[in-house]
Design a protein. Structure first.
Length: 248
């Protein structure tokens, strides 16, 4: 399984993903699911992936290949005039990759090669934008009403984000919020696991403001994990006790 989150703030974008993939309890591997490409001073585009590993790797490999000879290819990452058109082209590539895999595998391939992606970034002269792309190639865009997207194992970390998100929060607080969301997911689901990849994109920076891989030895994540557990227990015990008395 997977857990990825993309978040829009006044100050820019924050992205985080886990790296665990599994095909059963005895076949667990680590693969990167967060990728980004930059043209200094002009654009930065990031993609996070969830779903069938062969499908996501095929899409990312094709995007990577296009960046190696941009003058010879229709390169949506480098040449797309807007983030909307970048998302459109990535959605088209995802859809055709899935359709081809299903065609080759016939009936046995139906439903096996699906994938969902988060596309985020900014092109000079425009605002940072965040999209979630579905296996069919269509997508939706984040707004201040829906300022973050999750893909993969979303249910355990979502309540944290809903309660804690503020659009004017600092990048540091946003990272802390994501750390808590991921810790809650890791505790509840073994199919999501460390390391975690973090990318912070500042508005009008057009390069990563901060990149970090969170490993099992990461002191900050360990502090967040233990501190959040203590804080929950403290909050629980501070709530009024239930009474069996009819008087109350």
């Amino acid at each position: 399984m997977t857990y990825c989150v993309g978040m829009v703030l006044d100050k820019g974008l924050v992205l985080m993903s886990d790296t665990r993939t599994n095909s059963g309890v005895d076949n667990i591997s680590t693969f990167r699911k967060l990728f980004h490409w930059t043209v200094p001073g002009e654009r930065i585009i990031a993609v996070m992936t969830a779903g069938n590993l062969a499908t996501t790797q095929a899409v990312i490999s094709q995007l990577e290949e296009r960046t190696k000879a941009p003058s010879e290819r229709d390169n949506c990452l480098i040449k797309g005039p807007t983030m909307f058109q970048v998302a459109t082209e990535i959605g088209r590539l995802l859809r055709t990759t899935i359709e081809e895999a299903q065609r080759v595998n016939g009936e046995s391939g139906k439903g096996r090669f699906t994938s969902t992606m988060i596309v985020a970034g900014q092109i000079a002269g425009m605002q940072p934008r965040l999209f979630m792309i579905y296996p069919e190639g269509n997508f939706i865009e984040a707004s201040w009403d829906t300022p973050f997207f999750q893909i993969g194992e979303t249910k355990y970390g979502r309540p944290i984000l809903i309660r804690g998100y503020e659009k004017d929060m600092s990048f540091e607080d946003a990272v802390k919020l994501l750390m808590v969301s991921f810790d809650s997911t890791l505790k509840a689901n073994l199919s999501v696991g460390l390391p975690l990849d973090l990318l912070v994109i500042g508005k009008d920076e057009f390069k990563p403001l901060h990149e970090h891989r969170v490993t099992a030895e990461d002191r900050y994540f360990d502090t967040i994990s233990s501190g959040w557990g203590d804080a929950l227990r403290s909050a629980f015990h501070s709530l009024p006790s239930y009474s069996f008395s009819d008087d109350t």
